[in-house]
Design a protein around this ligand. Structure first.
Ligand SMILES: [Zn+2]
Length: 404
């Protein structure tokens, strides 16, 4: 077989094929370097002598439905100039990997449309090999992330495994790209991010996060000029939790067994928000439970009403709605809601900061949904570094069902 075939089919220069075997589903090409001038791998001296060889078995791209394996004769060269005594490098393979660059490129290409499992099956590779190829590719792609033009960031944390492994992500609010993944949660998780941000020269105008004291002080310290926004999701979550607490309190106090039955199991109806309730039966159940009990009714209305804070046209209107909301909560005569009113009042500035930068959460919510899909795939737990790299790649992953 001539050298140009080896070159065009496999992207391998200066090798010739000495023998081809056909074994079942496999084609084996025995290849060796043509007699071109040899150089020392270390000092590039031509004064070298051959000192034996070994055979490396390397997978390359399939030929039709057949798998192809290259049995490569790798020479060992001893250098008379520098004394090095090493095997020659192969230009078509990285280090000790057992697949060619061309096969790796094909895998990456296929992963745009297929799952790891499908690619592995199609090419006759192991799941781990396909994953490793993807991991190397992503490692290279994200070895440096340019953040100098980022202006609005969002910080969020999530559990990879409930109660065990936490990750904290920093998202570019405009592009939706994840620009940093920190281990753990809270203030320590961002220890490496702040110096990186400083070095990049980025001018951050706003930071969006939850209301934890750790983030508040870290942002004040590291980005004193940025506006700190408490994001809608986390504020709304507080109200939802208070609503659920009132529901449980009401349930425990209720003596009438029939009424208890009505309250029980309405948690999701209460928290779903009015506009998301479609069936007549659900509407009826919701009406029933709200009418039955005044504290629960107040909690429900406050949870719904809070959403209006983010739907106004101006800071002033938003402020008016929020202040009215706080007043109603504080005057509700329901201790849980009064307490909620006081908490929200304490977060007032950060909530209204939304109107000062108006970054939408849409991109971040999109990313959060993709993270959920990614998490469902167990490999994240087996190889956390790979999982993190997949996070960086998420906003490029248009078709999330293909992440497996
Ligand atoms: Zn040398």
């Amino acid at each position: 077989m001539d050298t140009s075939y080896i070159y065009y089919a496999y992207g391998i220069r200066d090798f010739e094929c000495t023998k081809t075997e056909y074994k079942g589903n496999t084609i084996i090409h025995h290849i060796q370097k043509r007699d071109v001038k040899t150089r020392c791998e270390c000092c590039h001296s031509h004064v070298v002598v051959r000192n034996g060889f070994k055979i490396r078995k390397i997978r390359s791209v399939n030929i039709g439905t057949k798998q192809s394996i290259l049995h490569v004769k790798v020479r060992r060269l001893k250098c008379k100039t520098c004394g090095a005594d090493v095997y020659e490098d192969l230009h078509f393979v990285t280090g000790k990997q057992r697949y060619t660059h061309r096969l790796a490129r094909l895998v990456i290409e296929l992963l745009h449309r297929m799952t790891i499992k499908d690619v592995a099956h199609y090419l006759g590779l192991s799941w781990d090999t396909v994953k490793d190829i993807h991991k190397n590719y992503l490692n290279h792609k994200f070895s440096h992330i340019d953040i100098k033009d980022v202006k609005h960031i969002g910080i969020d944390e999530f559990a990879l495994r409930k109660g065990h492994v936490y990750l904290t992500i920093v998202v570019d609010m405009l592009s939706g790209a994840i620009i940093h993944v920190g281990d753990g949660k809270g203030i320590d998780s961002l220890k490496k991010f702040w110096p990186k941000l400083k070095r990049s020269g980025a001018k951050i105008e706003s930071v969006s996060s939850d209301m934890s004291a750790a983030f508040i002080s870290a942002i004040k310290k590291n980005l004193p000029d940025a506006i700190h926004v408490f994001d809608h999701f986390h504020v709304q979550k507080l109200a939802g939790e208070a609503l659920d607490k009132v529901r449980r309190e009401v349930y425990n106090q209720e003596k009438d067994l029939e009424k208890r039955k009505v309250i029980k199991g309405t948690r999701w109806l209460l928290l779903r928000h009015d506009k998301d309730i479609f069936t007549e039966d659900e509407k009826k159940r919701l009406d029933n439970v709200i009418k039955m009990n005044e504290p629960l009714s107040k909690a429900y209305i406050l949870n719904e009403y809070l959403q209006e804070v983010w739907k106004q046209d101006s800071y002033k209107e938003g402020e008016a709605v929020l202040d009215d909301w706080i007043k109603q909560a504080r005057e509700s005569k329901v201790p849980t809601l009064e307490k909620l009113g006081n908490s929200i009042a304490a977060y007032r500035t950060g909530i209204l900061a939304y109107y000062k930068c108006r970054t939408s959460n849409a991109k971040v919510e999109g990313i959060n949904n993709k993270i959920k899909v990614l998490k469902r795939n167990a490999y994240g737990y087996r190889d956390i570094d790979y999982f993190k790299l997949r996070l960086f790649n998420l906003h490029n992953d248009k078709i999330t069902r293909f992440v497996g």
